[in-house]
Design a protein around this ligand. Structure first.
Ligand code: ACO
Length: 361
């Protein structure tokens, strides 16, 4: 039988760090509130285009897999922040990588985008229609934020993570998944004028997106959606929670992660958590956490990994990945992002000023 193993992995975190203390200088909040309610201590803000974060994560994944960019048949870019709507963001990544043989497209399932993308890549590789697929999760919800909304602005950061999926004869890679969406609740997490419904020439167009964010309802549905998806995956594989070696959950709120772990009866030392460093990086949380779990030696050959995510839509999903034989990269990529000469607060200042001005009107 043909399987679809993960053979390469890479991440890219922009260097500018926005701490909770920084946030207290631009809004009425505190380190104590943010840490106790969310588990987040700092997050990153990018000084380059999102496609550049994605491409560097992709280069690192290619090096880890021992492949060249020309070897890729497909790039799936899971993102809500393509550099342009026309053409797609994935074409910018293809161009920067020089992956000239790859078909490319964007996939917008918000924070669940990487899990959706991995599912799709796996199905295509297993069917034999393609050989090598790069799946990238890159996101930057800070771009959409109204920086006067303290209940939302403290949660998000920028990042990218990527994996390479290739055929394998042995049972490895994504073995089962469950994806879904609660479209009837799509308005509880929404930038309602971020697409073609926006009235382009209206007097009120001021650079702000109209954000609706009902935190507690999202919280409940996140736990329900990811919990249901994980249980369904376990049932499909006739596995028990104790068969899972490491849970790699979407990093949106430490309290959501802890509730989920409790429902799964998984001790926290079997759960990958890095939310304190990066906040919620949407489609990038799962691949970045996967990379860090490998770097920290928390994944062994043959381990059963359960990834789960939820996001705007409200999309949700989970998948069981059986890790292959190799837990170290075949090669390294020496490329780095261009140096950043601004602090995170300086990078944010135009958005903070713009948000304040628009809210004064
Ligand atoms: N600093 C200080 N106080 C704050 C802040 C802040 N940044 N934000 C809100 N507060 C205040 C509120 O005004 C409220 O004050 P009040 O009691 O005087 O009215 C109080 O704190 C409590 O607010 P709640 O909203 O009840 O706080 P809650 O415990 O629900 O936590 C949170 C809010 C963190 C947003 C939580 O609901 C949550 O994490 N929800 C899930 C959100 C999420 O994961 N979203 C990502 C979706 S993924 C995607 O696709 C983008």
């Amino acid at each position: 039988m043909r399987f679809a193993n993960i053979t390469g992995w890479g991440k890219c975190l922009p260097p500018a760090v926005l701490t909770n203390a920084d946030l207290t200088t631009i809004m009425d909040t505190s380190d104590e509130w943010i840490t106790s309610r969310t588990g987040i201590r700092e997050r990153r803000i990018t000084h380059v285009k999102y496609s550049e974060l994605a491409a560097l994560a992709g280069k690192r994944a290619l090096a880890a897999a021992g492949l060249k960019a020309e070897d890729l048949d497909m790039i799936i870019l899971a993102t809500a922040v393509p550099d342009n709507m026309i053409p797609n963001g994935a074409s910018a990544v293809q161009d920067q990588l020089g992956a000239k043989n790859a078909a490319v497209f964007d996939l917008n399932a918000a924070c669940t985008g990487f899990v959706y993308g991995l599912s799709l890549a796996t199905a295509m590789v297993r069917s034999g229609s393609v050989e090598r697929v790069m799946v990238i999760g890159v996101d930057g919800i800070p771009f959409y934020l109204d920086w006067t909304m303290r209940e939302v602005s403290v949660l998000f950061g920028d990042a990218a993570g990527a994996v390479i999926v290739e055929p394998s004869d042995t049972a490895s890679g994504l073995l089962a998944d469950k994806l879904g969406c609660d479209g009837d609740a799509r308005d509880i997490l929404m930038a309602s004028d971020s697409g073609s419904v926006r009235e382009r020439f209206a007097d009120t167009v001021d650079g702000l997106y109209a954000i609706n964010f009902e935190g507690q309802e999202i919280f409940k549905r996140a736990v329900r959606g990811m919990g249901f998806a994980m249980n369904t995956v376990l049932e499909k594989l006739e596995m028990k929670p104790e068969d899972i070696d490491l849970v790699i959950p979407h990093q949106a709120n430490i309290r959501i992660i802890e509730t989920l772990a409790k429902r799964l009866n998984a001790p926290m030392d079997k759960v990958m958590v890095n939310i304190e460093k990066y906040g919620n990086t949407s489609a990038a949380t799962v691949p970045v956490a996967l990379c860090e779990a490998l770097e920290q030696g928390r994944i062994k050959p043959g381990d059963n990994l359960m990834a789960a995510a939820f996001g705007a839509g409200l999309t949700w999903g989970a998948c069981l990945v059986k890790w292959g034989d190799r837990i170290t990269p075949l090669g390294e990529c020496d490329d780095e992002l261009p140096a950043c000469d601004k602090t995170a607060l300086e990078l944010l200042q135009p958005w903070v000023d713009g948000s304040r001005k628009a809210n004064e009107v």
